[in-house]
Structures are given as structure tokens and as C-alpha cells.
Design a protein around this ligand. Structure first.
Ligand code: SF4
Length: 181
């Protein structure tokens, strides 16, 4: 039976997913081994039940991220923090340095100070998800089984981790797999 694989894009730039697509011919091996049940690269609207493995790109930045993350955890056997934003907060967490009102400061900067027309902060009414007061790495919100660092993780590193997980072995990255290309 095929492994039910998901990939998720939270607060990130999609660079980690671009690196995933850079897996080249391993994508063909992957297509034989997995069923891609949820991902930015497939048109599935709702995160399904009974997912075996999920790669999560991006930090937890807003209420929408947090809501789907809890759903993902409840419906997935193995989670991988995919890339430095998921592992540490990385780029999106830079706003944490702005202090306790950093969410409001970010909205002011984006929608008022930099606006050329109609400067105003949108209400949290669905147009802009409610920002969390601090951006958090994924493992601070839910339990994560494995970590795949890099900004983005090189394709060879992604391949090494995913291949080991699909083979049912405890993943271990070493040597060339830890070098940046
Ligand atoms: Fe983008 Fe780097 Fe964050 Fe991946 S880790 S989402 S490449 S900024």
C-alpha cells in the first residue's frame, strides 16, 4: 500500500517546496511509493484523515496556521519540520524582535507606512488572518518527529530523509547530506 504523503505551506516563502521539486528523478520513484494526498502542488482543499507523513514548511505566524497545524497533528502519524522557518522560525520570526506589539507593528508597516493608496490596517475579518503575537517554530506548537534544517534544505538532504522514512528506518543525516550545495 502506498504511503499517504502531505506537504504543507505555513509561514514560509515556498522555497522549501521549490527545493522539493528539485528532487528530479527521485520524484518518479516517489510517485511509485506515495499517494500525495495534500499539498500546495495538488488541488485538495481540506487536510485529510490518516496521513502517514507530512512535511511542514514555514513557521507558525497566524491563527490560520495554528488551526490547520493542530488538525495536521491530529490526522498525521509522522511530522517533519521542513526547512529553517519551520525548525527555528527563521525569517518570519524576525518580527519577534519588534517587541510585544510586534504583530500590530507589522500591520502598521505593511498597510499604513508602505501604502500608496488607502492606508489602513485591515480588520481580522478573513482578509488578513489574525497574526500571532509572536512567530513560533512548529515544534513549539505541536509535537514533531523529525527536523530537516536548511534555507531551503538542499534536494539531496530532502531525498535522504524521505528515502529513509519511506524505507521504515530511523532517519539519520550525515556527511554530504549535511553540506550546503
Ligand atoms: Fe523560504 Fe528558507 Fe523559510 Fe524555506 S526555510 S520557507 S526557503 S525562508
Amino acid at each position: 500500500m502506498k504511503i499517504r504523503l502531505a506537504t504543507v505551506w505555513l509561514g514560509g516563502c515556498s522555497g522549501c517546496h521549490m527545493s522539493f521539486l528539485d528532487l528530479d528523478e527521485f520524484l518518479i520513484d516517489l510517485a511509485d511509493a506515495v499517494e500525495l494526498v495534500y499539498s500546495p502542488v495538488v488541488d485538495v482543499k481540506n487536510y485529510p484523515e490518516n496521513v502517514d507523513l507530512c512535511l511542514i514548511e514555514g513557521a507558525v505566524c497566524n491563527g490560520d496556521n495554528l488551526e490547520i497545524l493542530h488538525k495536521i497533528r491530529a490526522r498525521t502519524k509522522v511530522l517533519v519540520s521542513f526547512g529553517d522557518c519551520a525548525v527555528t522560525g527563521n525569517v518570519p520570526a524576525m518580527r519577534n524582535q519588534l517587541g510585544i506589539d510586534n504583530a500590530e507593528n507589522v500591520l502598521q508597516r505593511a498597510y499604513v507606512e508602505n501604502a500608496q493608496n488607502n492606508p489602513s490596517v485591515p480588520k481580522a475579518d478573513g482578509i488578513v488572518p489574525q497574526l500571532l503575537e509572536h512567530v513560533r517554530p512548529v515544534h513549539e506548537m505541536v509535537y514533531v518527529e523529525h527536523f530537516l534544517p536548511g534555507c531551503p534544505p538542499p534536494a539531496a538532504r530532502i531525498k535522504a530523509l524521505v528515502a529513509q522514512l519511506l524505507a521504515g528506518t530511523a532517519p539519520k543525516l550525515e556527511g554530504e547530506q549535511l553540506k550546503f550545495g
